[in-house]
Design a protein around this ligand. Structure first.
Ligand SMILES: Nc1nc2c(ncn2[C@@H]2O[C@H](COP(=O)(O)OP(=O)(O)OP(=O)(O)O)[C@@H](O)[C@H]2O)c(=O)[nH]1
Ligand SMILES: [Mg+2]
Length: 449
């Protein structure tokens, strides 16, 4: 670990400001080389010119911060640099820094791996860092923050303490048993059962980060000219999609991203579907619409409320297709007067009048349907398959121990089984870990994290 690592923390591309991080024993050397700063004050925001030592030219004027070991994210001396977000500047800085002796570009997740190895974070917290970055729903993000704060880690410690306590009693009982009769294993049963129950709850509440971060696919379909593309434009608050009064304006399906309060969704506009295709192109468009509808997590059928002649059939068909029905162009008819024509729960929208009211109703409904609160027994849930597998092994170990207690075998056997349970729990937080496990966890991280 005597190598110093450097990497950008922000994504490649143009931005107002970029961020870079350097960590390791050569950080002070970097400060001298770039800024001629031999005595940096920790956590002090410096503004200075970074100078390329080979050309003596200024690379950029920028803000930088020094964190002294162990008071940094990684626990090592660390330097953070905030240059202008021009990839040329970022590249020059990285080139100069990584050309110094014992400095190299960081592997993905290497900063967090060092934080773990230096005892700044345990493994659950390190994995939660990735969740905090990648969560696409607000509830998953809140959960990730709880994991990062150590909610699950604390629980794991409590569980391991119970096992440790039981093991100590077991040993006492073993000593005792030499003089007397069999050890009193029956008193362990309620404790083990309670442990089993707690672990089962954690396993039941599990939801993988991948599942949580699946962006719901919402497909809007309906008859040509119903106002599908207009509705999506209104939701996006920009004229992204082509809209016209000519039926058949949208030909191909188009996907956009929409951020709702509960999280991000994929929203798809489709070509209008009618009973009769006007030409080959029309029939190909409709075929594509039907195809994407098959993959939808939620189908929204948009029905033009200003066309009483087709209303009934369109509603009946949408109900049959299990779609969420939305009646468009509410500015063109009186919804109160036509109440009986529409299904009870239909939502009305208009992109011409009361837009904000209509759209906020629609957004709330989508939120409710796509991001329902998770019913869990704990105040957090486990998101890593690895951690869940450890919990499962621990649970099975407890089950085996309970069977052993009934069989009343040599106490050493029970003690051995409990030791295995304890090891499984300790590997969750990384108190026991292997090179392979760390490699597989941190290689999935972003560069610079
Ligand atoms: N009065 C009124 N007109 C609307 C509303 N929404 C859309 N329109 C009009 O309806 C026409 C069709 O709108 P589009 O958004 O292109 O309809 P579409 O469903 O995407 O149509 P296709 O792509 O052809 O299937 C346009 O002239 C829009 O201006 C609305 O809420 N009220
Ligand atoms: Mg359209």
């Amino acid at each position: 670990m005597n190598q110093t690592i450097v990497a950008p923390m922000t994504v490649h591309g143009v931005s107002a400001i970029a961020a870079l991080r350097v960590s390791g024993p050569a950080v002070r050397q970097v400060l001298v080389t770039l800024f001629n700063n031999e005595n940096p004050i920790p956590r002090h925001a410096y503004y200075g010119n970074a100078v390329d030592p080979h050309t003596q030219k200024t690379i950029d004027s920028l803000l930088y911060l020094f964190f002294n070991s162990p008071h940094s994210y990684t626990g090592e001396d660390t330097l953070e640099l905030y240059p202008h977000g021009n990839p040329l500047i970022v590249r020059s800085l990285i080139n100069v820094i990584s050309s110094l002796p014992n400095v190299r570009i960081a592997e993905p997740g290497e900063f967090t791996e060092r934080a773990f190895l230096n005892g700044k974070l345990d493994l659950v917290q390190a994995e939660a860092v990735a969740d905090v970055i990648h969560s696409t729903t607000t509830s998953a993000l809140e959960n990730a923050r709880r994991l990062l704060r150590g909610k699950f880690s604390t629980r794991v410690h409590e569980l391991t303490e119970v096992i440790k306590d039981l093991s100590i009693r077991l040993e006492l009982d073993v000593d005792f048993a030499e003089e007397e009769v069999d050890p009193d294993t029956s008193s362990w049963r309620p404790k083990l059962e309670n442990l089993h129950q707690q672990i089962s709850r954690l396993i039941n509440d599990f939801q993988s980060a991948e599942t949580a971060n699946h962006l719901p696919l919402v497909v809007i379909y309906g008859a040509p000219n119903a106002g599908k593309s207009s509705l999506i434009n209104a939701l996006l608050e920009e004229e992204r999609l082509l809209v016209s009064s000519i039926p058949g304006t949208t030909r191909d399906f188009v996907e956009v991203r929409l951020l709702l309060s509960g999280g991000e969704i994929r929203l798809v506009d489709t070509a209008g579907i009618s009973d009769h295709a006007t030409d080959l192109l029309d029939s190909l468009s409709m075929e594509k619409s039907r195809k994407i509808l098959k993959d939808a997590d939620l189908k929204i059928c948009l029905i033009d409320g200003s066309k009483p002649e087709t209303l009934k059939d369109a509603i009946a068909q949408a109900q049959e297709e299990n779609a969420l029905i939305i009646i468009s162009k509410a500015d063109l008819f009186n919804a109160e007067e036509l109440k009986n024509e529409f299904p009870k729960k239909a939502l009305f929208t208009s992109t011409k009048e009361d837009v904000h009211l209509h759209l906020s109703n629609l957004k709330s409904l989508l939120n409710e349907k796509l991001f329902p609160p998770r019913q869990i027994e704990e105040s957090f849930w486990v998101t890593s398959e690895r951690q869940k597998n450890c919990l499962k092994e621990a649970k099975e170990g407890i089950e085996k121990t309970l069977v052993l207690i009934d069989q009343n075998p040599a106490v050493e056997l029970i003690a051995f089984e409990m030791q295995l349970v304890r090891r499984q729990l300790l590997s969750i937080t990384g108190e026991i870990s292997s090179e392979d496990i760390l490699q597989s966890i941190f290689s999935g991280f972003c560069i610079g994290k």
